[in-house]
Design a protein around this ligand. Structure first.
Ligand SMILES: *Cc1c(COP(=O)(O)O)cnc(C)c1O
Length: 486
């Protein structure tokens, strides 16, 4: 299986060649030359498989240059009941992504798929844990090392640290804004004592952290010498790992391949739902893929009108579902490539227009850039939006009706899912975090604290290990160099 860039000007590469990298050299994103297919015979055979074996079956279609025995061992090391142990009462950790029927009324069925039972209580663990094991495996083969450098305001940084902790050949340098994360998120990251994890609390805001990452990335000589890499959501292996739970959700919610299901996905960078698109393109019987946004509704606007209009950072709202506070979804280009019939030169022109004019228009109206919006529904896509008041109302309603506490992002998903569920087609809502991570809003909605999974009760009291540094690029560079010895 070879991978090509959405912008068409980078050489084709294998899975292992793109594993450790980010963007293609032409600025595009990698996708397989063509999507592997899943037959109905395979789907039937996969119904009974434990999660790790299903992950292996899916991975081997994409990672064709890794020996199958190695892939199988990596899948089994990653997807265990122990890693995904933070289940609710009544859920079975051995299922890895257990389903729970919320409602089944007049044939309209709402089902929650728990993806947040991993070490950091958010769905990013589903892919990041595999990435940690894949990276360690690939680096050992190449006798190489990698220094992951990034900035976080919460979920991504902790998922990366928990995936890379203790891994041979890998160090993580993670910037976060000093005293700006929640006490829970801070404790989660800073309590890690592993010698290969470096938490750097920057005296500034998240944008200062991100600017420092950009400045370091632009110094190509430093980046090469220090073997700097990233683990952001455009990483192809992360997307593949996410394809697995769509197939798992489909199989667990149906009894025959004649049936279809739909998914609603709380979306930010479009990474999660992009995996759903790929599962559908592979032939998994998925009816609708519903994009749920919060107040930052760039994607909802596109899927309603065909107009893609990114917002500037000053126009990006800070909301109570903060992991969706994104106005330029980094994985969206992958879907646009397919929507345009894989015409890389048009993708190049449209995303150049995003840089220069802030967006493009595929509505087909006079003066627009194309009429492909007419094809969007044919790919199953629908969308909806949820704001703070909806979130609060949905958290209360789900607590009252079904007796479970959901987090703010999942609440956005359920609000939008209810607008799109149809008789005879189960609607699976992907649960992207557990409520303990966003306790302030749970208190506002329910007047009490969210329950914490076992082992998280007193994480704020654990000793913390972190460096406080000014927002100074030279200082961070020398910190990295001093700790890598390179
Ligand atoms: C990252 C994240 C999202 C958004 O996922 P994307 O892949 O960026 O669309 C939604 N909810 C939570 C809790 C997250 O951490």
């Amino acid at each position: 299986m070879q991978y090509v860039s959405t912008r068409g000007q980078a050489p084709a590469q294998s899975f292992s060649q793109i594993l450790l990298g980010g963007l293609a050299p032409d600025g595009g994103l990698y996708l397989p030359v063509e999507y592997p297919k899943v037959s109905h015979v395979e789907l039937d055979a996969w119904r009974k498989l434990p999660y790790a074996d299903l992950a292996f079956e899916v991975l081997k279609k994409f990672a064709t240059d890794i020996p199958e025995a190695d892939l199988k061992a990596l899948a089994h090391k990653t997807y265990t009941a122990d890693v995904y142990r933070n289940v609710r009462a009544g859920e079975d950790a051995a299922q890895v992504t257990p389903l729970r029927v919320l409602e089944d009324k007049d044939g309209r069925k709402l089902v929650l798929q728990a993806l947040s039972n991993g070490p950091t209580l958010a769905f990013k663990d589903m892919a990041m844990q595999l990435l940690g094991n894949l990276f360690e495996y690939a680096l050992a083969k190449q006798h190489a090392e990698l220094n992951i450098f990034g900035a976080t305001s919460g979920d991504t940084g902790s998922a990366a640290e928990y995936a890379m902790r203790g891994k041979k050949g890998i160090r993580v340098f993670m910037l976060s804004p000093h005293k700006k994360m929640s006490a829970f998120q801070t404790a989660q990251m800073f309590s890690l004592q592993d010698p290969n994890i470096f938490n750097i609390a920057v005296e500034g805001v998240f944008d200062d952290c991100q600017d420092m990452v950009k400045a370091v990335s632009n110094d190509l000589e430093f980046k090469a010498r220090q073997k700097i890499g990233t683990v952001n959501s455009i990483n192809w292996a992360r997307v593949v790992a996410q394809v697995v739970y769509y197939i798992r959700g489909y199989l667990a919610a149906t009894t025959s391949n004649e049936q279809k299901v739909s998914f609603t996905v709380p979306s930010g960078n479009f990474g999660n739902i992009c995996a759903g698109h790929i599962a559908r393109m592979m032939g998994v019987p998925i009816a609708k893929l519903v994009v749920a946004t919060n107040e930052n509704d760039v994607l909802d606007e596109f899927f309603r009108t065909g107009v893609y209009r990114v917002r500037k950072s000053a126009e990006t709202f800070h909301t109570t579902s903060p992991s969706m506070d994104i106005s330029k979804a980094s994985n969206f280009e992958r879907f646009v490539f397919d929507l345009l019939g894989r015409d890389a030169s048009r993708v190049r022109a449209l995303f150049h227009k995003v840089e220069t004019q802030g967006g493009f228009d595929l509505s087909g109206k006079p003066g627009s850039d194309g009429d492909e919006f007419g094809k969007v529904a044919g790919y199953g896509f629908r969308s909806g939006k949820s704001v703070h008041a909806d979130r609060i109302a949905t958290i209360r309603d789900v607590q009252d009706r079904y007796g479970i506490t959901i987090d703010t992002h999942t609440a956005d998903g359920i609000k939008v899912a209810r607008e799109h569920v149809e008789p005879g087609v189960p609607m699976l809502i992907l649960e992207t975090a557990l409520p303990a991570k966003f306790n302030e809003t749970i208190r506002e909605a329910l007047g009490r604290d969210a329950k914490r999974p076992a082992g998280f009760e007193r994480i704020e009291d654990l000793p913390q290990r972190f460096e406080v540094m000014p927002a100074d690029v030279a200082a961070i560079k020398s910190f990295i160099a001093n700790h890598t010895g390179l």
